[in-house]
Ligand binder design. Structure first.
Ligand SMILES: *Cc1c(COP(=O)(O)O)cnc(C)c1O
Length: 233
């Protein structure tokens, strides 16, 4: 079967160009911003094609879908879990992901800790923040972030690295700015117990703004792979 993935080349070229412009304009040259390819509904062959173009970080949302694709993935890319995660599914992913972006409760943190310890590994975690206070979204309220981080910092097998958010689609730059403030303040306040160096924010519609506001990982799905087809995953 022949695949034509040339649209991915073009999409990635545009993303690198826009991300590069925002970075050059707003960020210090020694900082780092990684482009994550978000793979939900995308065929593993297309994901591997993106890896062949230099993508070295994949973002997974759904445990079942990930498990059905992971053996086909090019192993050279690192995998992070970014979707909402049920505690009973942690055991299926703990071995093959290096970071979980979506920790929004101590209970989930405890299960990740227990699984990580029993697999003899340490997993990086980010606390997901519901910065727009939207009912439809996961994440803790900004006012709860400090307590959650203090509690997570006590647990073995996990390493708190920072914060993640999905801001409301409208006014996203207001919320991206608030996230940056929250990240800097929390990193400063908690620096004796955790070293926070990752702010994960920015998707297809707002990655350039997210880079402006200090993101270290932009998570891009449709901008790279095209519109998602949920019937064909
Ligand atoms: C789907 C998804 C993305 C990517 O969204 P796009 O708008 O397709 O770029 C990023 N982060 C999370 C958590 C997602 O679920």
């Amino acid at each position: 079967m022949e695949n034509n993935f040339s649209y991915i080349d073009e999409n990635l070229r545009i993303i690198r160009e826009r991300a590069g412009e925002a970075f050059a304009k707003y960020r210090a040259s020694e900082e780092k911003v990684r482009i994550m390819a978000v793979t939900k509904t995308v065929a593993p062959e297309a994901v591997n094609y993106a890896v062949s173009l230099g993508i070295d970080l994949l973002g997974e949302n759904r445990v079942q879908e990930y498990l059905s694709k992971k053996d086909i993935y090019d192993k050279s890319a690192e995998v992070h879990f970014i979707g909402s995660l049920q505690t009973n599914k942690v055991k299926y992913i703990i071995d093959s992901v290096s970071m979980i972006h979506s920790v929004d409760s101590l209970r989930l943190g405890e299960v990740i800790s227990r699984q990580a310890v029993s697999h003899g590994k340490t997993v990086d975690v980010l606390c997901e923040v519901n910065i727009g206070d939207e009912d439809s979204k996961g994440g803790v309220a900004p006012s709860e972030v400090g307590d959650l981080i203090e509690n997570l910092a006590q647990l073995d097998g996990i390493n708190v690295r920072g914060l993640m958010t999905i801001p409301p689609p409208s006014d996203s730059d207001v919320f991206l700015g608030r996230m940056k403030e929250l990240f800097d303040r929390t990193a400063q306040e908690k620096k004796s117990i955790v070293s926070m160096d990752i702010l994960s924010m920015g998707m297809t519609h707002d990655y350039a703004e997210a880079i402006k506001y200090g993101s270290h990982i932009v998570r891009i799905g449709t901008g790279l792979f095209g519109a998602r087809n949920y019937s064909n995953k």
